[in-house]
Structure formats: structure tokens, C-alpha cells
Write a protein that binds this ligand. Structure first.
Ligand SMILES: CC(C)(COP(=O)(O)OP(=O)(O)OC[C@H]1O[C@@H](n2cnc3c(N)ncnc32)[C@H](O)[C@@H]1OP(=O)(O)O)[C@@H](O)C(=O)NCCC(=O)NCCS
Length: 212
């Protein structure tokens, strides 16, 4: 399977922590990933409110964020977008997921699972319910995986979810990620008991897949 991101990602820049003057704008067929902009802040703040449905499957067992949590998240984004792109880190820690009309519909993120061993964990949330179940999550994770392998020296990437998030588990399988860990009954929540699941991919596996 070929992914368009392979052609449009910036050249590899194993993360030096140094900035680049390049804005990130990666275009797929169904969606794109791009740098956050000041114009995204209002929509982002709107979607952080606790009543939105994306919270239902985004680690719900950790507790629903409060309205104040949402405001703080939005304030962090507002501070971040004030940074010119040449001062933003490579790789970006987050990019906006946008629809073909450049409207922000979600975000992709990563954080250190273990900085010492260059082990990074990815995340995704499509805030707008109209954007879900149309293939955007699968494509956005493919673009993000290619971007992160292209801008780091990471040997592997992964994401963590739970067995009750059928769509996220299906994204992992659709992209050829391997179910590397299943912690049985680790996520009892709301009267149901779910497993915690980690899906991962090696750089060598991803490169072979992108090459088709
Ligand atoms: C999880 C999420 C990223 C998946 O992205 P998406 O665009 O909705 O999913 P896609 O349309 O790419 O579909 C991916 C797979 O999930 C399946 N799927 C989609 N929606 C589904 C649903 N509601 N229930 C079960 N399976 C579903 C699709 O059939 C597809 O499977 P296939 O490849 O075997 O055909 C997105 O739904 C989302 O952001 N949800 C809210 C926040 C969240 O849960 N984030 C993840 C936290 S770990």
C-alpha cells in the first residue's frame, strides 16, 4: 500500500531539537496534517469542552476532563501558535488534522514513553463527529507515522488504546501495526471490563509497507 505522505514529508532530520523554517503541511486524500494556526484556537477551545463525544472513547477510564482542563488546553495551544514555525520543534509534538477545505477536525500527537530509548507513543483524536468513520483516522495515522519516522531516528512507533475502542483497534490493524501488548481486564469502566491494548510498528515494517 502506498501513502502520499511518503512523497510530501520533509526530508529526514533525525531530531536534533533544532527548528526548521519549513511549515509542516502534509496532504493526503481524505485529510491533511498541518501546523496549528492562530485561526484554529477558537475551534480547538470549542471541542475541548467536556460534553463532546470524542471524550467518550479517548481514555474515558481516566476520567472526563473538566471545563477548566479544556480551557487550559486551549490556552496552551494559544501560546504555542504564537511561536513562529521556525521556532517550533522538529518533530512537531502535535499537528492539526484538517479536512480537504483546511478546516481543523482533530489532532495527532506524540509523547515520550521513554526518552532514554527513543520510544515514542502516538495519539489521535477526531473532535468533530462528522469526520469519524470515513477513513480519516486511518489516513491521518498513516501520515503521522510517515512524518515521525521521517523526522526522527525512532526504530518503532506505537499507540495505546483499549479493547472497547473498536475504531482505534481497527486503525492499528488496517495500517499493519502489530498488537504487541494486551493487558487483560486492565480497564474496567462504566460497568464494562476492557483490555488495554498497544499496537506498534517497526521502522523497517513501515518502510516496506510504504514501498508497497
Ligand atoms: C478512533 C478514531 C481515531 C478512528 O478514526 P476514524 O476516522 O473514525 O476511523 P476510520 O474511518 O479510519 O475507520 C477505521 C476502522 O475502524 C472501523 N470503525 C470506524 N468507526 C467505527 C465504530 N464507530 N465502531 C467500530 N468500528 C469502527 C472502520 O470500519 C475501519 O475498520 P476497517 O479498516 O476494518 O474497515 C476516531 O474515531 C476518533 O478520533 N475517535 C474519538 C477519539 C478517540 O477515540 N481517539 C483514540 C484514542 S486511543
Amino acid at each position: 500500500m502506498r501513502y502520499p505522505a511518503a512523497k510530501v514529508c520533509p526530508p529526514p532530520r533525525p531530531d536534533t531539537g533544532r527548528a526548521t523554517i519549513d511549515a509542516v503541511a502534509i496532504r493526503g486524500k481524505l485529510c491533511g496534517l498541518r501546523d496549528w494556526q492562530a485561526a484554529d484556537v477558537a475551534a480547538y477551545a470549542y471541542w475541548q469542552a467536556p460534553h463532546h463525544s470524542w471524550h467518550d472513547t479517548n481514555g474515558p477510564y481516566l476520567g472526563r476532563p473538566s471545563a477548566e482542563d479544556g480551557r487550559q488546553q486551549a490556552a496552551r495551544l494559544e501560546a504555542y501558535v504564537a511561536l513562529p514555525v521556525e521556532r517550533r520543534p522538529v518533530p512537531r509534538e502535535s499537528l492539526a488534522v484538517v479536512d480537504p477545505d483546511d478546516r481543523m477536525v482533530g489532532s495527532v500527537t506524540w509523547y515520550w514513553e521513554s526518552r532514554e530509548s527513543d520510544w515514542r507513543r502516538m495519539g489521535i483524536a477526531l473532535y468533530n463527529p462528522a469526520a469519524r468513520s470515513r477513513g480519516i483516522g486511518t489516513e491521518a495515522m498513516a501520515l503521522w507515522t510517515t512524518y515521525l519516522f521521517g523526522t526522527t531516528a525512532a526504530r518503532r512507533l506505537d499507540f495505546s488504546t483499549y479493547s472497547g475502542n473498536a475504531a482505534m483497534c481497527a486503525v492499528g490493524r488496517a495500517l499493519g501495526f502489530v498488537e504487541e501488548g494486551r493487558f487483560r481486564e486492565a480497564r474496567p469502566w462504566a460497568g464494562e471490563v476492557h483490555d488495554s491494548v498497544v499496537y506498534g510498528v517497526l521502522r523497517t515494517e513501515w518502510e516496506a509497507r510504504v514501498a508497497g
